[in-house]
Design a protein around this ligand. Structure first.
Ligand code: FMN
Length: 222
């Protein structure tokens, strides 16, 4: 009888703890996305006429957490810096066609590098790192997606330090404006951010280069 009571007590005390561990493990697994994501083919036709998109272009700083789907990601990334010609050149111009602006997509499930030629995302960092992007603002966490425009110095051979800094910054600006126009045409909120934690991001990103600008994107908050 005594043994039975001890066994029952153990079941009451220990089993919930074990269930808790299992739950935590499940949620940890759930947070991490796949190591790569094949994007659907981007829509490269139609959209809002250019003058209407320019009339709507604006900074908006309130975001709904509603996620963007893979078609939206594919379309936005193609606008930002996708391949638009058979010779492999991009929708955004780059000095000497260095194509040095890596677009890194920060989401809850991880940070992914956009590969324009393959039209896919490759995981760089598992799990959610959006909170580390800026000490000054919660916008990168409030938006479901925050893009980081990162000047990849490995693609800038032959540029001296001053040229790397200058063209890394100018070229990231073109990418950002393309994202602004995509958002204007699709009624999404966006803000380009210079106030980011470059030191922390440089430690995090396993690529030699410089984080230039971030750009949260999402549905406007109601
Ligand atoms: C290079 C650059 C950096 C910016 N950095 C920030 C920022 O860190 N945080 C922010 O809220 N807005 C930032 N902005 C957005 C500007 O405040 C915004 O573009 C400006 O107020 C004009 O508003 P508009 O974009 O609606 O025309 C930045 C804009 C640029 C071009």
């Amino acid at each position: 009888m005594k043994k039975l009571i001890v066994a029952a007590l153990m079941a009451v005390l220990i089993l919930p703890c074990m269930a808790q561990v299992t739950k935590l493990e499940v949620s940890a697994v759930k947070k991490e996305g796949p190591s790569s994501i094949e994007l659907p083919k981007p829509n490269m036709k139609g959209g809002l006429p250019l003058y209407d998109a320019l009339s709507n272009r604006q900074t908006q700083r309130k975001f709904s957490p509603k996620p963007l789907d893979e078609q939206q990601l594919s379309d936005m990334l193609w606008c930002a810096g996708g391949v638009n010609r058979p010779d492999g050149k991009l929708t955004s111009p780059t000095a000497r066609n260095a194509q040095e602006i890596d677009i890194i997509v920060f989401m809850e499930k991880g940070a992914y590098l956009y590969l324009p030629k393959e039209n896919m995302l490759k995981m760089l960092l598992p799990e959610d790192h959006r909170a580390e992007m800026s000490q000054y603002s919660k916008m990168p966490v409030e938006a479901p997606v925050t893009l980081l425009f990162f000047a990849n110095y490995e693609k800038m051979d032959g540029f001296d330090e001053q040229a790397r800094d200058f063209y890394g910054a100018t070229d990231a600006g073109f990418v950002s404006q393309n994202v602004y126009l995509y958002c204007a045409a699709n009624k999404l909120s966006t803000v380009v951010m210079g106030a980011i934690d470059r030191e922390r991001l440089s430690e995090l990103i396993p690529i030699k280069g410089k984080p230039i600008l971030a750009q949260p994107v999402g549905y406007p908050a109601k």
